[in-house]
Design a protein around this ligand. Sequence first.
Ligand code: HEM
Length: 174
Amino acid sequence: MAANPTHHARMKHVEIDHHFIREKDAVIKETLRLHPVAPLLIPHVPSETTVIGGFTVPKGCRVFINAWVIQRDPELWDDPLRFHPERFLETDINYRSNNFGFFPFGSWRRMCVGVSLAEKMVALLLGSLVHSFEWGLSEGTKPSLEDKFGIFLKKTESLVGIPVARLPNLEQYQ
Ligand code: HEM
């Protein structure tokens, strides 16, 4: 590459993009750690009575797994309530790593079948929104990060973001 400055310059851009993609993925992971879409996953029903960690789980009972709490457990995460995407840059934890401290898509056989699609769609959507607009809040607004529980997690208070077009060619927004 030292012998080919043009190629080197191009690679630098690729490196920057690559870094941007990794950071964007880390932001998405950290968001799903603190605010998992399905905080109790989907109810599971064991087909056989099983003992897990000393607890008997009877056949046919309904099991909810509280991913929301586990993903904020101070025994598993440093400073767990802090939004700190860099923690994912320092590890290789991913959605499929069967890490029982981080499983916003569930795990093992009943894991979300849409994980690959969701991973790409969320990254593309976030990338497009950040690339296309400067985002602001209305004067004096302080966004609340509190969650409202249900089968799916919602924000307690809706967030109103104000997009301002940042691409030079406004036709691109049509
Ligand atoms: C950000 C987006 C998404 C999140 C956070 C998410 C999360 C989840 C979670 C937590 C489960 C339950 C796993 C468990 O209980 O162990 C699940 C199951 C499932 N998801 Fe997703 N999902 C997403 C997008 C999608 C998409 C795009 C599809 C389809 C194209 C999809 C299809 C399914 C299906 C069919 C199941 C049931 C799997 C089973 O029970 O075997 N999901 N998802």
